[in-house]
Write a protein that binds this ligand. Sequence first.
Ligand SMILES: [Zn+2]
Length: 359
Amino acid sequence: MTTLQFIALSVCCLVCVPAAAATPVPAPAPACIAMRLDPRTNMFRIQPEYRVTAAARQRTAADVFIRFLHSGQTGYWGDVALDWPASASNAVLYAAALWAIYLNSPVQITLEACWTASLGPGVLGHSGAIGASRDFSGAPQTNTWYQIALANALHGSDLDPAKDDFAMAFSSSFSWYYDTNGLPPIGQVDLVSVVLHEVCHGLGFAGSMRISAGVGSWGYGTPYPYIYDRFTENGISNALLNTTLFPNPSVALRNQLISANIFFNGAAANAGNGGPRPKLYCPAVWSDGSSYAHLNDATYDGTSNALMTSSIGFGEAIHIPGPVTLGLLNDEGWVVVPEPAVIQYGLLVAIGIVLRLKG
Ligand SMILES: [Zn+2]
């Protein structure tokens, strides 16, 4: 795309098989990443602090298109859709506008957004890429899966224009705070924060490491890791993809994934973390859809990097990706605008967000 972000306004986790190397393929099974409610109150808030100029916004804009599902439709992850309350969809659009500030992609990002009563207890939302691609023109690393939104950006055009890039769903069952001012009261969950979080998974904050039947594995049955997996390692800097140490699949890899001692070692992520490798959330008990795909809660709660921890509390509002997450995305291949990003939503509207809907 060339100019403005296209954000629909006002209305309304990652697998593949190597059938064809450059062809994105759908996930064969739900592999989305969930965000859970921390039932405690945490009044920690971070909001964007700086204004952005129209020129800067256009220079750094990613084009985000949101396809809101309606009652009677079924989401990609099997969620039964309800109609979106207008205030809730507005919060989604606001979050997308924030992300568009931080990303620079020549290709439109398209995503499905489902409002549903189908999610499990304590699950606020979940999301994941609908497809992935490898060995496409522009891929920085060979033999590596890239979430399709990232693959598109690196390739320079949409590898699968008929499909959305990722799908996310949010539970209608919580006491949400829909306002975008980042000031949720005690007892409410900030929807903007949760949407920012789920979008980030769809952009690439997820890998393929799993534990199933007591063994750890990666690649979803293919011999290829996700780009995220290429950066993960243990406390003594052994890459989890080192199959001499950790065969795929193996109990040895399983033991690593529940070691509570796994890190993302990427130059930009490390810089965003002030030098050390950022620590990932890998608790002693594997939590499918949560472990490995988040920053470590105990390390980052209450910091500028809290957005991508595994849960959010009542009253908490994190409206910036944070330097670690931006660095991580940059290590994977995204062109990002570093913190401090400059955002004022009222200004974004004033300088012309285009409103679109489809579906
Ligand atoms: Zn998450």
